[in-house]
Design a protein around this ligand. Structure first.
Ligand SMILES: Nc1nc2c(ncn2[C@@H]2O[C@H](COP(=O)(O)OP(=O)(O)OP(=O)(O)O)[C@@H](O)[C@H]2O)c(=O)[nH]1
Length: 217
C-alpha cells in the first residue's frame, strides 16, 4: 500500500456490480496492522436492506495529515484498527479516535457536534496467538472507553470476521442516526468527494459477493 497523491487510490473492479444505500467507511490504523487485507468494496444485505460499502483506506504513519483529515471528513463511519501483536498500534487507536472526533466536530454545529461519529475498534491478526501483546480484555476496555463497539478478527484467516466487523460498524451508524447513516453530515462539503470514483449501480447485484477490491500497489 502506498500513500502517494492524488487520492483516492484507484479502485479495481472485481466481479459483479453493486446497488443499495451507500455507506462511506474509512479504515484507520498504524502502518502494518493489516488494513489492506481488510479493504474491499461490496454490497450486502443487512437487516433486509442492501448496503453498498464504499471503503477508503489510509496509509498508517506515512499518511499526510491534511490528506488524512480530508479522508476522515469524507467518511460516515470509521474502522479503527490495531494489531494484537503490536502495542504501539493499540496505543495509536485513542489518538485516531480523537482525530476523527475533532475533524467531524469542526464541521458541525448544534447538539450533534457533541456526538462522536460512529466508529468500531478492530483488533486484527488474532491468528498470531503466540505473538499476542494486547489481550482481548484490553481491547474491549479501550473500545468501551471510546464508546465504540469492538471486534477481534483475523483478516488473513476469515473474510467472514472482517465482513461481520463492517456490518457491526454499519449497525452502529444506523443506531446513532436513528436509521439514516451519515444523515448528520451529508451537507458537509468535502473536496475528496469530488475526486471519488463513481460506479454505476447494477441491478444484478450478488447480495453477499465481494464486488471491488482496492489497489494495493
Ligand atoms: N498473520 C496475519 N497477518 C496479517 C493479517 N492481516 C494482515 N497481515 C499481514 O500484515 C502485513 C501488513 O498488512 P497490510 O495490510 O499491508 O498493513 P497496513 O495496515 O495496510 O499497512 P500500511 O500500508 O503500511 O498502512 C502484511 O504482511 C499482511 O499480510 C492477519 O490477520 N494475520
Amino acid at each position: 500500500m502506498n500513500s502517494s497523491f492524488p487520492l483516492p487510490k484507484p479502485l479495481k473492479r472485481g466481479s459483479g456490480g453493486a446497488a443499495g444505500r451507500a455507506a462511506r467507511l474509512v479504515v484507520l490504523g498504524q502502518s502494518g496492522v493489516g488494513k489492506t487485507e481488510t479493504i474491499y468494496r461490496h454490497s450486502t444485505g443487512i437487516d433486509g436492506e442492501m448496503v453498498q460499502f464504499e471503503i477508503l483506506d489510509t496509509a498508517g504513519q506515512e499518511e499526510d495529515n491534511m490528506l488524512l483529515e480530508e479522508k476522515i471528513k469524507w467518511g460516515e463511519g470509521f474502522l479503527i484498527a490495531y494489531s494484537v501483536t503490536d502495542r504501539c498500534s493499540f496505543d495509536e487507536v485513542m489518538r485516531l479516535r480523537f482525530l476523527v472526533n475533532h475533524a467531524h466536530a469542526c464541521g458541525r454545529r448544534g447538539p450533534s457536534a457533541a456526538d462522536p461519529p460512529p466508529a468500531l475498534v478492530v483488533a486484527n491478526k488474532r491468528d498470531l496467538q503466540f505473538d499476542r501483546m494486547v489481550s482481548v480484555a484490553e481491547g474491549e476496555a479501550l473500545a468501551a472507553a471510546l464508546r465504540c463497539p469492538f471486534a477481534e478478527v483475523s483478516a488473513r484467516d476469515s473474510y467472514e470476521e472482517v465482513l461481520a466487523a463492517f456490518e457491526a460498524l454499519h449497525r452502529e451508524m444506523l443506531r446513532q442516526s436513528g436509521g439514516s447513516p451519515g444523515a448528520h453530515k451529508r451537507k458537509m462539503s468535502s473536496k475528496i468527494m469530488d475526486r471519488m470514483p463513481r460506479f454505476p449501480a447494477s441491478p444484478s447485484v450478488n447480495g453477499t459477493g465481494r464486488t471491488f477490491t482496492f489497489s494495493s500497489n
